[in-house]
Design a protein around this ligand. Sequence first.
Ligand code: FES
Length: 108
Amino acid sequence: MGKATSDFIRVASTSEIPEGKMRRVIVDSLQVLVANVKGKYYAIGNVCTHLGGPLDKGILEGHEVECPLHRSHFDVTNGQVKRGPAMRPEPVYDVKVESGSILVRPKQ
Ligand code: FES
């Protein structure tokens, strides 16, 4: 049985994350990175799978975020590693927008 959509958690208002920006939020006590790429929101884990760097302190370019510690790149649309040293992808979260609010839940 899948979980109900009520598991979505409001993490920010759309105005708090303008196009080309990203922000760290907390979902189920986990750090999540929410990024706005060309007006669409994406969410992946915020803790770098290499050595735990804070991705929200890195650089968002297009749909790739660069870790501030050793410059691994992750695709925010699917969590995949685009450049090492990281080897493992980030977890991906479902995102939806309702009435100017960004809602996130673990992918299911
Ligand atoms: S901790 Fe992110 S690249 Fe090393």
